[in-house]
Write a new protein. Structure first.
Length: 565
């Protein structure tokens, strides 16, 4: 029953780690995303993520037009015009909290002054080059400390402005590389609009883009993009995406039940669901087992299927784990190769999970940190077991090292390895080794006593042993009963091994007035009696000193007793 419960507890605790649904954030901007891919048309749709877009479209006004070659598709083309030559979004600027704005420029002149976007009604929120910006520079101005981006040359350039409210700064990036950081107070930008792209248009505006300049991929997010997100997307078409939640895969047994391990040689199954896009698509799933230290791929396997047109693909296929895969814990990565929203076949890596490869005939070792003797309870028996194991292993050093445990949250939670919950581990050379390694670092030493102390008196049903319980699995002395008493009372003492025990009674002046036990005591619970017929009423103390004969562990405890006559 113990092993069955432990295995189920581990499976329940790790289920979240082994269901690797595609939970990545939709890469499309939340507020505005204009691609300018409608040459000859008078409007362009806002392709921001559904439900958060601030305007449905931008109207192309004046002589400015869509055409040429942008970053992806066509672009907005400057005509050296006036404030009337603009892509009018119809949006009254409203930015509070963190945000990110990015855009692509090409054919920009280092010295020809021009505006690229802005809203005069929002305290002059705008972006321009040359002039006050300086040659080959861009400048963002408004109700904020102005930000300069240097080194803007005629070639293709992608600029990001990232306002990070928590950091109190705006970071500027050029082609994915940090270019400038400017400290900011609280930045709040609002206006009646309209916010224009390709000009600083509207009432109070003063010009547009230089003739022949190209602007594309205008993106506005309602959050501060991270350096990694910028590196990943500055040169990527984010309108080509996988819909989060509609693609998933998990490692299971043959019955489709999630499993965290397999024997080698042996097998595991990939259970998968692909419901995006709605069209048909070939689907390839690749399982990579990576070394958790080096990230090197130790083993890779591939399965294939076909998603039907207009229906989801649901399947389960077997993957063999050969004997060449060494026992240990790995980072299991599943990559789905299928069509994205642009109908382009590409890879979607799913979040990695922990996976255990075991030797033939081995079972997963379920560790409750601190329960070194695997008896469902953390007490002196575990301290004794650890001390004995280390003593015996002095002649067999190989007993003291073995496979470390792996916890996916170890990078953010330093206590995860000693948290009181079922933790799967690869079996060690000795049956006891995985339990003795209470902190999961692959080394057994006296530091493993920390988990014992942290989880003292816990049991693997999740409870902590009540102080009213009394058992022989630990050194202890109970409160006397009855208390207050007249004229006699009883005290229980327990030792987990043969021990030297001394229990005396002292008065309030610290004088020993009675000896209740002195000498060797066998493992177990014994009841001691104190007859106070010849003593005066008052407070007395029972003082116990114990030391295990084999383990050398010691214990001291004092209780207060009240004699009422």
């Amino acid at each position: 029953m113990r092993k069955h419960f432990g295995f189920l507890a581990a499976i329940v605790a790790l289920t979240a780690f082994f269901t690797t649904a595609a939970q990545a954030q939709d890469p499309r901007p939340e507020l505005m995303y204009f691609r300018f891919d409608e040459p000859g048309q008078s409007s362009t749709p806002n392709k921001a993520a559904p439900g958060t877009a601030v305007t449905p479209q931008a109207t192309i006004q004046g002589n400015i037009f869509m055409g040429g070659t942008g970053q992806f598709g066509s672009a907005l083309v400057g005509v050296g015009g006036t404030t009337a030559d603009v892509a009018n979004t119809g949006w009254g600027t409203s930015l509070s909290g963190s945000w990110t704005m990015s855009f692509y420029l090409n054919n920009i002149s280092g010295s020809a002054f021009g505006y690229y976007w802005g809203d005069p009604t929002a305290s002059g929120f705008r972006c321009f080059n040359a002039g006050a910006a300086g040659t080959n520079n861009l400048l963002m101005r408004g109700p904020l400390n102005q930000v300069v981006v240097t080194g803007i040359t005629p070639g293709p350039t992608v600029v990001h402005f990232v306002y990070d409210q928590s950091a109190g700064e705006i970071r500027a990036y050029k082609n994915g590389i940090l270019n400038n950081t400017v400290s900011q107070g609280s930045v709040s930008i609002s206006g009646s609009g309209p916010f224009g792209i390709g000009a600083y248009g509207g009432t109070g505006g003063s010009g547009g883009m230089p003739n022949g300049t190209l602007l594309d991929e205008f993106r506005l997010y309602n959050r501060a993009l991270t350096q990694q997100e910028i590196s990943d997307t500055w040169d990527e078409d984010v309108d080509c995406f996988f819909d989060p939640g509609l693609i998933s895969a998990e490692l299971t047994d043959a019955g489709g039940v999630p499993t965290p391990f397999a024997n080698a040689p042996g097998s595991v199954y990939i259970k998968y669901s692909v419901a995006f896009p709605d069209t048909s698509s070939p689907v390839t799933l690749t399982l990579n087992l990576r070394d958790i230290q080096t990230d090197a791929i130790v083993y890779s396997a591939m399965i294939n299927d076909v998603k039907p047109d207009g229906a989801p693909l649901n399947g389960i296929q077997q993957v063999n784990i050969p004997s060449t895969v060494p026992p240990g814990v790995y980072s299991a990565e599943i990559i789905v190769n299928s069509r994205n929203s642009c109908k382009i076949i590409t890879d979607l890596p799913l979040p990695p999970s922990a996976f255990f490869v075991l030797a033939p005939g081995s079972n997963l070792c379920i560790v409750w940190p601190g329960d070194t003797n695997d008896d469902m309870l953390v007490n002196y028996g575990d301290k004794k077991a650890l001390a004995s194991y280390i003593h015996e292993a002095n002649l067999r050093s190989s007993w003291l090292t073995g496979p470390a445990r792996f916890r996916p949250d170890a990078g953010t939670d330093p206590l995860t390895y000693i948290r009181w919950e079922a933790q799967p581990a690869v079996p060690w050379q000795t049956p006891e080794g995985c339990y003795m390694d209470t902190d999961g670092n692959g080394v057994i030493n006296n530091f493993d006593n920390i988990a014992i102390r942290m989880n003292w008196m816990r049991s693997s049903d999740g409870a902590t042993k009540s102080k009213t319980e009394f058992a022989a699995g630990e050194f202890d002395m109970s409160q006397n009963f009855p208390n207050p008493f007249n004229p006699s009372t009883k005290i229980n003492v327990s030792v987990p091994e043969r021990s030297a025990v001394r229990v005396v009674v002292m008065d309030v002046l610290g004088r020993e007035v009675a000896t209740l036990a002195e000498g060797e005591m066998e493992a177990g619970v014994q009841t001691l009696s104190f007859d106070a017929s010849g003593f005066e009423s008052g407070v007395y103390f029972a003082v116990a000193t114990m030391q295990g004969t084999e383990s050398g562990l010691s214990f001291n405890k004092t209780i207060r007793m009240t004699l009422n006559k």
